[in-house]
Design a protein around this ligand. Structure first.
Ligand code: ZN
Length: 282
């Protein structure tokens, strides 16, 4: 009997977090950057606009995941339907490169933990080094697959709803070879991309999930303004393995102002965990 009781207590604590700060997408363009000491750096994001006050909330992301404190919880795997390739448009956006999937091709998953309904894969982008830390350590990069709850129609429609968004994070780790075809396709297209241009890209996002993998999950926020606390985070425990050359391609992408990411990174500093619980599937 002890194990079921423990599970119920953990489940209750997952929902008993502080009130979420839910900001909409600002109505006008908000400039922000990562350059320490600038007026628009991450320590000033909460004050850029009335709609970015969420950046000062108590359930923010990214976090430093204390793997030893993550609570084991029975969670299912995540898969997209339908299976197979999906296409979209890749563009640089001043903070990296973003692949926005075509609306009529978008895949869905029903497997986001602690959420009912379908979540639609809207876009993917990367950070380097990783935004989330595990036991105080960065990985070489982190892919973000951004989803909105289908009933809200779009990211803009979902961003100010408590259960509006889900982001799957896939850590990137440098080893001797890069065998993940979907990731290699993404990097090859980023390598050819020029500022102001766009490329059509086709890949299979299921390949990025490193299937049969366990994941961490917690309730947090967007890691860029407006920092809305509407995100169910799913972070794959095992990293996607790649090479130094491919990470170098990602870090050569210029941010607004012209410096490459290797000089002016695009990772927000970690935020306090506060009273949140990180679960790990098991
Ligand atoms: Zn991101």
């Amino acid at each position: 009997m002890l194990i079921p009781i423990a599970v119920v207590v953990v489940a209750a604590s997952v929902y008993a977090t502080a009130k979420d700060a839910l900001c909409p997408i600002p109505s006008k363009h908000i400039h922000f950057d990562y350059h320490p000491g600038s007026h628009d750096d991450p320590f000033h994001w909460y004050d850029l606009d009335k709609d970015t006050h969420c950046c000062n909330g108590s359930n923010q992301s990214p976090i430093d995941i204390p793997s030893g404190d993550a609570v084991c919880y029975p969670l299912g795997g995540i898969e997209y339907e339908p299976k197979g390739d999906v296409s979209g448009i890749l563009k640089m956006n001043g903070h990296g490169a973003n692949l926005a999937f075509f609306e009529n091709e978008r895949l869905v998953t029903k497997d986001i933990p602690f959420s009912d309904g379908e979540y639609v894969l809207g876009s993917m982008h990367f950070h380097s080094p990783s935004e989330h830390l595990v036991n105080g350590k960065h990985m070489d990069g982190e892919l973000h697959l951004v989803h909105y709850k289908k009933e809200y129609g779009s990211v803009a429609g979902a961003v100010d709803k408590a259960d509006g968004l889900a982001v799957i994070g896939v850590f990137l780790m440098v080893v001797g070879e890069s065998v993940n075809q979907a990731f290699n396709t993404f990097v090859d297209e980023v390598a050819h991309l020029k500022v102001g241009e766009s490329e059509e890209v086709t890949l299979d996002p299921n390949e990025l999930l490193v299937l049969d993998n366990d994941y961490y999950t917690y309730k947090g926020s967007l890691t860029t303004p407006p920092c809305s606390e509407s995100v169910r985070w799913v972070l794959m425990v095992l990293p996607l393995l790649t090479t130094e050359d491919r990470i170098r391609v990602l870090r050569a992408v210029p941010v607004s102002g012209g410096e490459p990411l290797s000089v002016d990174t695009n990772d927000r500093p970690t935020q306090p965990l506060n009273n949140r619980t990180v679960l790990v599937s098991c």
